[in-house]
Design a binder for this molecule. Structure first.
Ligand SMILES: Cc1ncc(COP(=O)(O)O)c(C=O)c1O
Length: 335
């Protein structure tokens, strides 16, 4: 036990791994609901069910140098949504970050499915990382034995977002295109940008690039419905290519066919144009679609959740919950 605050502080030294493990079990034993039902580590070489042992090495370059990339997939109704799109982006991020995976894509995919099955959960989030690996505290991992793959299932609930939120323009500088287009673990600008929004009573902030065009949110894409009833999504050259917004672009033509939308396109909007749209929304895997009704204290459209936004939200939600298996991979649960 650590006591005192200065000269009388005595740091406890764990004398054995069993003593430490008992301490960790005591901590996890007091948690009402275990939030992480299963983890995979290529360093351990398997799936871990004991939360006390869901750890990564301190000399892992992802920990002390930020040399790692990550991605997410949503687990809903026993299926992983858009797993292949997320895996493709994950490997593109790894290649940009010069991290070679310890396994081929098919093995990574199989591990993720077996991990989801081992979690026994039908709903939650699956997060996974490729790291340049553990081995030393140098800048590059050239002398480290191997890169590493980690993944965890998080017990989380999802429901369709029906309430609109407020946003602000971020004052935190956005990442340069090289870093914004790869999903690497350096999310400090994203964290500070979200904190800034929360401090100002908003849900999240919006990045505007140096030329005055709308970019994205801290962990979400943005999309607009113009007064001409066109769905417009910013180009991906300076931002993350969101798997959810890409799927939305595939689904939205259904609303064009029904005569509800007049078109669907990529396009860069300036702040003045963007603030004058009819409807606006955030799009990202964990939402999947969230209406935006106020921006820098100025209403978007009539300041209420837009009808077309909700129709797009329904399309996406239905696809996530019960869409075709080309976009929903069934988890191979044992029983
Ligand atoms: C910076 C950033 N932009 C956009 C997104 C949305 O991407 P996706 O729809 O793949 O979750 C994310 C989340 O991964 C993100 O971190």
């Amino acid at each position: 036990m650590e006591v005192g605050n200065g000269s009388d502080l005595e740091v406890h030294v764990f004398q054995s791994s069993s003593e430490l493990l008992a301490k960790l079990h005591e901590k996890w034993g007091s948690v009402k609901k275990q939030p992480y039902p299963a983890m995979y580590s290529s360093i351990f070489g398997g799936i871990i069910l004991d939360p006390a042992l869901m750890v990564i090495p301190i000399d892992d370059h992802m920990v002390h140098r930020g040399h790692g990339v990550f991605d997410t997939a949503i687990l809903l109704n026993g299926h992983l949504y858009e797993l292949d799109a997320h895996l493709d982006r994950f490997l593109q991020s790894a290649s940009k970050a010069k991290i070679s995976s310890p396994f081929p894509r098919s093995t990574l995919r199989s591990i993720l499915l077996q991990l989801a099955a081992a979690s026994k959960h039908k709903k939650g989030t699956l997060r996974y990382w490729l790291s340049s690996g553990p081995g030393n505290f140098l800048l590059t991992s050239a002398e480290c034995p191997t890169s590493a793959f980690y993944a965890v299932v998080i017990d989380e609930d999802f429901s369709q977002c029906k309430e609109g939120v407020k946003v602000i323009t971020s004052t935190i500088p956005m990442k340069s295109p090289l870093f914004a287009t790869m999903k690497n673990v350096n999310y400090l600008p994203n964290v500070l940008s979200k904190m800034e929004a929360e401090e100002k009573g908003a849900f999240a902030s919006i990045w505007v690039d140096e030329e005055g065009y709308i970019a994205e949110g801290p962990n979400v894409n943005v999309a607009f419905i113009t007064r001409e009833k066109e769905l417009v999504v910013p180009f991906f050259d300076k931002i993350l290519s969101g798997c959810t917004v890409k799927r939305l672009i595939e689904l939205a033509p259904k609303l064009v066919a029904r005569g509800r939308l007049n078109g669907v396109k990529f396009g860069n909007l300036r702040v003045e144009e963007a603030k004058d749209v009819a409807e606006m929304m955030f799009v990202g895997s964990t939402l999947p679609l969230l209406p935006i009704i106020m921006w820098d204290e100025q209403p978007i459209g009539d300041g209420r959740v837009g009808e077309l936004t909700m129709e797009l939200s329904d399309l996406l939600w239905d696809d996530m919950v019960a869409g075709p298996e080309t976009h929903r991979t069934p988890v191979p649960y044992k029983d």
